[in-house]
Structure formats: structure tokens, C-alpha cells
Design a protein around this ligand. Structure first.
Ligand SMILES: C[S@@+](CC[C@H](N)C(=O)[O-])C[C@H]1O[C@@H](n2cnc3c(N)ncnc32)[C@H](O)[C@@H]1O
Length: 269
């Protein structure tokens, strides 16, 4: 890509089609037509076309405004990449694949995609803090509502044995490719929720969903936990925290993490 491109704008006051045909015959570039104007863009200088059109307009005595501008080329891919930033949370450094890893942190690569979970959102970063603190090697972990798979990847990088589920099939697909990208693996995956999970099976269950869904699935979340197991629930707006806490009153509350208006809670069964 060159640093500059040329933009030629032709605005004939009459016989528009004639000018259009002539411009088409003079360049191989795609033309834009807008508001009675013909616009050609090229990384090559277009002054020979400007001259030709001027001579033609003078020859047939039709007024025609012609401007040729040299404009700066913008590298849109570079601009987009610069807008996607890495983030450091707990033991983890989450980065897009085009950024360098950080030596003293556990490396997680998540490229922007449709599924939720880049590490920037308060709910995800609170879960990553909880994972840093509560998950140990060989723990059996279930990530409910895995999204991009970021939390499951984090747990697997600590050495946990991870299962994943999400009601959205696309998320399961994205999670699989993100696991490959991170050169790590999970155990089981399914499209669906905690009602399909094995009972009394997990040392840690993480669910970053929303308050209403957490309330709806609260019994299943508890059932799949082992006795003494840890449950991390997240995605709760602070105005809904009381109604969520009421559903988990039978568990011991270990920690409540508040980030802006978002609350996450860590319980022990
Ligand atoms: C806020 S995203 C969390 C993504 C990721 N775990 C993170 O922490 O960034 C919530 C995810 O939960 C999924 N989800 C919604 N309802 C669910 C349910 N009842 N059971 C399982 N997953 C659900 C959504 O499809 C979405 O991918």
C-alpha cells in the first residue's frame, strides 16, 4: 500500500453519460457516481485523465468542474488492530495474536470475534481474578456460558480439567478454535446449559451470564458442584444483586467483587 492515493472528481454540467463513457475508457479503476459527479481513485497519478477530460470538455464547449486531489492512504487493518488492546488481569495477560506476550504472565490469545469475552469487560475480568485465586492444578472445572472460551482457557492454562457449555452453538465453535489458538485443550463440551451437567462433579463452576439466567439455573449450578466446591457467578448488575444472593443463601459467601456497576460473587458449597 502506498502512502497516498489520487482522487479525481468530474462534474459535467451537461452530457453526463458522455463524460462517464469517456472516463470509463480512460481508466481501469472502479468509478463512483455520486450526486452528478464521477469520482475515480487510484494510487497512480490521474493527471493524464484530468487533462484528457478538460480538453474534451473545452472541445465540445460544455462546462465541467474537475478537481484532482492527493490524499493520505489510511491502513484500516492497522487502525483496527491498534484499537484492540491487550489486558492484564490476575495471573493472566490476554492479548490479540498480533501483540507480543508478556513473559511473567500466563499468556491467553483471544482475537476479536462474535462471541463475548475479550477480558476487558468487568464481569470477565472479575472471573479471571477469581480463577487466579481459587483454581488449582487438576481441579475439575465447568465454564457455563463460555462465550469466547476465555475463562475456560484461563482455567486450563492453570492445569485444570475443563468442561464447557453455552446455549449458543457459535460460542462453542469459537471456543474450540480459541483453544487451538492457545495450544491447550478441554475435556467435554456441549450446546446447552447446566441441566446437562453431571451432578456432584466439579471442584469449580463459573457462570458469567446475567442475573435472571443465574436465578433460573441456580439449582442446577449447585447440583453439579462437589461438596466444598467453589461457585463463581458473574454478570450481575448491582441493582439485581439481592435477588441473586437470596437464591444462593445456602452457600457460604467467600467474596464479592464489585467493578463499576457489575458484581461477581464467589461461594463455597
Ligand atoms: C456474558 S457472556 C460470558 C462469556 C465469557 N464466559 C466471559 O466471561 O467473558 C454470557 C454467555 O452465556 C451464554 N448463555 C446465556 N444463557 C445461558 C444459559 N442458560 N446456559 C449457558 N449459557 C448461557 C451466552 O450465549 C453467552 O455466550
Amino acid at each position: 500500500m502506498t502512502d497516498y492515493y489520487y482522487e479525481l472528481t468530474i462534474e459535467p454540467k451537461d452530457k453526463y453519460e458522455l463524460f462517464l463513457d469517456l472516463t470509463l475508457s480512460l481508466t481501469n479503476e472502479a468509478l463512483e457516481e455520486f450526486d452528478g459527479k464521477i469520482i475515480a481513485r487510484s494510487e497512480e497519478d490521474l493527471s493524464h485523465i484530468e487533462d484528457g477530460i478538460k480538453k474534451f470538455a473545452d472541445g465540445i464547449n460544455i462546462p465541467c468542474e474537475i478537481t484532482l486531489e492527493k490524499k493520505e492512504n489510511i491502513d484500516w487493518i492497522k487502525q483496527y488492530q491498534e484499537s484492540v488492546k491487550s489486558v492484564e488481569v490476575g495471573k493472566f495477560f490476554i492479548r490479540p495474536s498480533w501483540e507480543e506476550k508478556k513473559e511473567d504472565k500466563i499468556d491467553i490469545i483471544i482475537d476479536p470475534a462474535l462471541s463475548f469475552g475479550s477480558g476487558h469487560h468487568e464481569t470477565t475480568s472479575s472471573c479471571l481474578e477469581a480463577i487466579s485465586k481459587y483454581i488449582k492444578e487438576n481441579d475439575k472445572v465447568l465454564d457455563v456460558g463460555t462465550g469466547s472460551g476465555i475463562l475456560a482457557i484461563a482455567a486450563s492454562k492453570i492445569g485444570a480439567d475443563v468442561d464447557i457449555c453455552d446455549t449458543d452453538e457459535v460460542c462453542i465453535k469459537d471456543t474450540k478454535s480459541n483453544f487451538e489458538l492457545n495450544n491447550t485443550s478441554f475435556n467435554k463440551s456441549w450446546v446447552g446449559s447446566t441441566n446437562n451437567a453431571q451432578k456432584n462433579c466439579y471442584d469449580v463452576v463459573i457462570a458469567n451470564i446475567v442475573a435472571d439466567v443465574l436465578i433460573f439455573i441456580h439449582n442446577d449450578l449447585k447440583k453439579c458442584l462437589k461438596d466444598d466446591g467453589i461457585l463463581v457467578v458473574s454478570g450481575i448488575l448491582d441493582k439485581h444483586i439481592d435477588k441473586v444472593l437470596r437464591k444462593f443463601e445456602d452457600l457460604e459467601q467467600l467474596e464479592l467483587i464489585h467493578k463499576n456497576e457489575w458484581v461477581s460473587v464467589v461461594f463455597k458449597k
